[in-house]
Design a protein around this ligand. Sequence first.
Ligand code: PLP
Length: 354
Amino acid sequence: MPWAKLHSHARYNLATSGVAHWKLRDLPIRMEDLEISGPSYYGYEPLQKALAAHCGVPAERIVAATGTSMANYLALAATLKPGDEVLIEHPTYELIVAAARHIGAGIRRFPRTHESGFALDPAAVEREITARTRLVVITNLHNPSSALADEVTVRAVGEIARRAGARVMVDEVYLDAAFECAPRSAAHLGDHFIVTSSLTKVYGLSGLRCGWIIAEPGLATAMWRMNDLFGSIPAHTAELLSVIAFGELERIRRHVRARLDTNRATLHRFLDSRADLDAPRLPFGTIVFPKLMRGSVDQLCELLRAKYDTTAVPGKYFEMPDHFRIGIGGDPEPLEEGLRRLGAALDDMMEAQS
Ligand SMILES: Cc1ncc(COP(=O)(O)O)c(C=O)c1O
């Protein structure tokens, strides 16, 4: 995260995982619709209703949270005591592991492999789960690869967890980027599932910090209480803006979809032109995680930044140093130029090696 905040900025930024930020002026906002404080206790009712409609679950199962970041922390903290075991996919979003470590959980990992296209494999979960495991954690779509786990697979993982007396947390912050390929949310698969998400990645509304957790009502109440530790009163202006944004979500979704389709075609053309990169061509998602077939990813990323003013995320931040992550959620022209520069940096490396 310090790298993302301090060092990922460049003229051509391929390091961002979400779509480009939506602007305040692009939403139908009138000053008189905004207020600083309001009736916001365990949820602001209009926002709880909007979240319930968006997620297709009753409002009593939804806990509003400050982004998926806080949603993940609350979900982990409400289900794990120090010393409990949590089984987390590898590779994953670094801060999920960091949050579990902060809580004092014992961390086990199960692999999602490059060779399988980072598929979620229930057999790998079964091999690593133990009688002490209280929670299994996955991302769907997968960060960093965008691999999609279908409902049958997620259910199978749920069944393995349930038999071991554990729950499953599914971080679905990228799921809507699968559009019509997206399975139902895991929130519909039983009370042993906990789902986290936000308007951050797919809708470009990161600054609203509109995140949520879906959990069975008893657990949801425990999370609301725990959230009192971090901020008993939410930022009400952000809640009001979030309600307005939900009213615009279909329009935003259409715009995002068109942009991602354009950018994905650009990305696939680029990948097709590079024998030194290995990545599946997925029809969805905002990120891709190629393997560099020869040479050092750290060197590539340094060269890319120093000579070409372009950034991508080194795979070491996902505990996979042979890979790097490219985001395709930006504007089409800078993405095209960023990929051209990435190609030039790869060519430079190839030349230096031969
Ligand atoms: C898998 C995953 N979960 C959560 C987050 C954080 O989301 P938010 O900005 O909504 O807090 C990220 C951000 O990169 C992420 O990749």
